[in-house]
Design a protein around this ligand. Sequence first.
Ligand SMILES: [Zn+2]
Length: 157
Amino acid sequence: MTLRPVQAADAWAMGLALDEARRAVQTADVPVGAVVVGPAGDVVGRGRNRREADDDPTGHAEILALRSAADRLGRWRLDDCTLVVTLEPCLMCAGATVLARIPRLVLGAWDPKAGACGSQWDVVRDRRLNHRVEVVGGVRADECGLLLQRFFEAQRD
Ligand SMILES: [Zn+2]
């Protein structure tokens, strides 16, 4: 199968988000990783779940990736960036994606229990908000999901 350039770029960026997710396990954090791809197509922000590492209830991968991108670019408005994350964002992160004016979200595995980008809620495409996000789901979903599955299996053992 030949991927179109945009699909290949999404798959590449998801690989970097997966690298971040794998690093989260070192601090006993749930393996979720995120990157922000800037207007030139390069990565301008990275983050991984650090809730346990930092004792921070808001220490989700997406929040940290958005913060690092805003810091790097010197602006909070990320209206020319793509957020790439291994798991469907929660309510907080979906809200932050809207507030950062991200136009495009690429996600790996869906989160049927707590996802807020189409599963339980659809915050990023809520017509009551003045900003809406294009959602591309299921990119390298098997790898993203397997990482989480293995983490929770190991926790039970
Ligand atoms: Zn979140």
